[in-house]
Design a protein around this ligand. Structure first.
Ligand code: PBG
Length: 327
């Protein structure tokens, strides 16, 4: 009846087996990195109101959480700290007895094989909540660099496996690399938040980490969401300064950028499914509008399809469990 209809893509969609045979994108638990929020103390596991299903954990409980995700096949965690004290330069971020430094040791003791990455930034540790030192209301780039490097070094000394600067100061990868190298940590990789956009989707995280800026916003250092080509520049600079892994953040709203970066360089690429992306999904799930399992796995495989190798996600434990059940 319709002799001209020769190509019928539906021929290859007719059964679960043929669909499985032809899949191009696979998610594995090892693709996922799980963020943990560390508070000082002992025995603390307190639900975070802005991030349903996530917890404020003391170092001992972080070690338990790390052991649980590792048992599910997730090979890495990313640590954020909530310090006891804040000041204008974020000095507590480099405290050898700070929550992150203590948690690194507790996690490595409990699960030596897990990759412990640490977020390196000042916003959780400064009393003004900006990611760098202030000069009036301006965030001073070059004055911030030694403080970031010092924080990274304290993580290295505590036994971190990877440091991940997220502040968006120019030159911070180079500054961290040279301090680490001069202190004997030339083998420690840097995962740089190379392409980090200033957007509205970090709100739940800032509540969770107590890191919202006390005035203004982060648009003088994070990237303008309406610019695309600048992503390649940021990645080139970070690689030239010694970054080992580059990152795009947020992930789901920036799939075009993930693809651009994937095609621009051969470095391993991470993408951060940020708190606002997670919160949107969880609210829709809560309202009965989207299936949690199907919706979550679809967001993650889209990020992988765009070109990410590693996905940093609050969904890591659940997704790892689902992926194991699927096999
Ligand atoms: C610290 C940092 C932030 C996030 C990761 N590292 C917050 C920010 O830039 O304000 C956001 C992560 C998320 O929203 O899940 N600079």
């Amino acid at each position: 009846m319709y002799p001209e209809l020769i190509a019928r893509p539906r021929r290859l969609r007719s059964s679960a087996s043929i669909r499985e045979m032809l899949r191009e994108v696979y998610l594995r638990p090892a693709d996922l990195m799980y963020p943990l929020f560390i508070v000082p103390g002992w025995g603390i596991k307190k639900p975070i109101p802005s991030l349903a299903g996530q917890f404020h954990l003391s170092p001992d409980m972080a070690a338990e959480a790390a052991a649980e995700v590792f048992a599910l096949g997730v090979k890495s965690v990313l640590l954020f700290g909530l310090p006891e004290k804040k000041d204008p330069v974020g000095a507590s971020g480099a405290d050898p007895e700070g929550p992150v430094q203590t948690a690194i040791q507790a996690i490595k003791k409990a699960v030596p094989e897990i990759v412990v990455a640490t977020d390196v930034c000042l916003c959780e540790y400064t009393d003004h909540g900006h990611c760098g030192l202030l000069n009036g209301h301006y965030v001073d780039n070059d004055a911030t660099l030694p403080h970031l490097a010092g924080q990274a070094l304290s993580h290295a000394r505590a036994g971190a496996d990877m440091v991940a600067p997220s502040d968006m100061m120019d030159g911070r990868v180079g500054a961290i690399r040279s301090l680490l190298d001069s202190e004997g940590f030339c083998r420690l990789p840097i995962m740089s938040y190379s392409v980090k956009y200033a957007g509205a989707f970090y709100g739940p995280f800032r509540d969770a980490a107590g890191s919202a800026p006390q005035f203004g916003d982060r648009r003088s250092y994070q990237m303008d969401p309406a610019r695309r080509r600048e992503a390649r520049l940021e990645v080139s600079l970070d690689l030239a300064e010694g970054a080992d892994i580059v990152m795009v953040k947020p992930a789901g709203l920036y799939l075009d950028i993930i693809r651009d970066v994937r095609e621009h360089c051969d470095a391993p690429l991470a993408a951060y499914q940020v708190s606002g992306e997670y919160a949107m999904l969880m609210c829709a799930v809560e309202a009965g509008l989207i299936s949690e399992r199907a919706g979550a796995l679809e967001t993650l495989s889209s990020i992988k399809r765009a070109g990410a190798d590693i996905i940093i996600t609050y969904l890591a434990p659940k997704a790892a469990q689902w992926l194991r059940e699927d096999f």
